[in-house]
Write a protein that binds this ligand. Sequence first.
Ligand code: SAM
Ligand code: SF4
Length: 466
Amino acid sequence: MSKQISLAEIEQQEKIAAQVRDLNLKSGKQKTACVVTYGCQQNENDSERLKGMLVEMGYTLTEDRENANVILFNTCAVRDNAEQKLKGNVGALKFLKSKRKKDVIIGVCGCMAQQPKVAKMLSEKFKHIDMIFGTHSVYRFPEILKQALKKRVKDVVESDGVIAENIPVSRDDKHKAWVSVMYGCNNFCTYCIVPYVRGRERSRSVEAVLNEVKELAKAGYKEITLLGQNVNSYGKDLEGKPDFAYLLEKVNEIDGIERIRFATSHPKDISDRLISAMAQCEKVCHQLHLPFQSGSNKVLSDMNRCYTREKYLEIIKKLREKMPDIALTSDVIVGFPTETNEDFEETVKLVEEVGFDGLFTFIYSKRDGTKAALMDPVLTDDEIKKNFERLLEVQNVHSKKSNEKFVGKTVEILVDGPSKNDPDTMSGRTEGNKVVNFKGGKELTGKLIKVKITDAKTWSLDGELT
Ligand code: SAM
Ligand code: SF4
């Protein structure tokens, strides 16, 4: 059973946060904390809560890892490369802690830490880690950090998951915000670790979600992304079973919010009602991330995805009938153990047929504890790599083509701020979530403006102010 954390428990954490703040004040020095996030938007959203609690505890947030008093890694377990990166980054801090900054507090939390075996390995191999805690313990961070100031803490609880409201949040962006509507996953796709580290599906109440969005609108936020591993099954566990389409309609009514997005959707749960709600709610962006994972029915069945390629293509058709301008992106896995070269060709065909605006392409990564980890691979690593590269080439052609359609058109963008690659250029996003770079002043940040598209690249568009 998942657990709703009571207000009393949250207030207890607030008290502990105040005690840590007093300790920090008494030290006479402004303490700083650095949070490093790996993985998905859900992790980013958790990190914003961890940062909110750190601020409550009197820390100033910093990007300067080497000089921070607290360094916290919020980890991802979805693929092996994120785990290896974490180990490299944590290992590199051993010298810092033993020689230069003995009192630094180093923490590892999130999906990697939620796995008891991995938590044990981290604790044994990296003695310089002071706190290890899993996804279900995030709301108790003040208590964990207070303990870690005295001795090492490992806090990994087995649970179907918790829902904790009223945790302070420190958001990275001032115009766009993520709002979790549900946590966990019940789908158990055979390759995926998420259900094991995030617990069972549990929805926040409609009221809690709407209150958070209203607060964000009051604070000047313009764009909201509603988050969940499978938002289409929102509400199944709530009284009266409000569905995700209903939630979208209610969020759409909130004054001040201009754009609504959501992620992620599972094809098996996309309803006609949701497609209609997307088309009718004027603030809901005509943009959808709908992972298909494989174009082969045999592989889809082995993945336990519960839909066929025909069903997926039918959904795409319905979406385009209702919203001809919809931007579509997807996730795909190359090299699932039972995938043959013929199965892979089915994936290529599906990508060609749909013509996605963008594709997140992953090489299958074996995750201990999942069903697929017990399946023997059919293809060699070299064959998988070749297939992967070919799929990237196929998609690049489509990405460029879908961008070229915009050249000469005037589009509305929400300005994010200076571009990460070139601080003299400003960057924003279209309704379809395409990046547009243009020359303009920093004062445009957070505004919805019109730009004329002058050039199309594979990953972005160039534009000019109209
Ligand atoms: N809940 C979302 C869904 O089902 O679409 C996605 C969650 S997962 C964090 C994001 C993506 O990672 C998945 O869509 C899948 O393509 C990829 N992924 C998950 N497990 C993987 C694995 N073992 N190896 C490679 N890619 C994986
Ligand atoms: Fe993982 Fe499948 Fe759940 Fe997505 S729906 S989080 S891929 S198990």
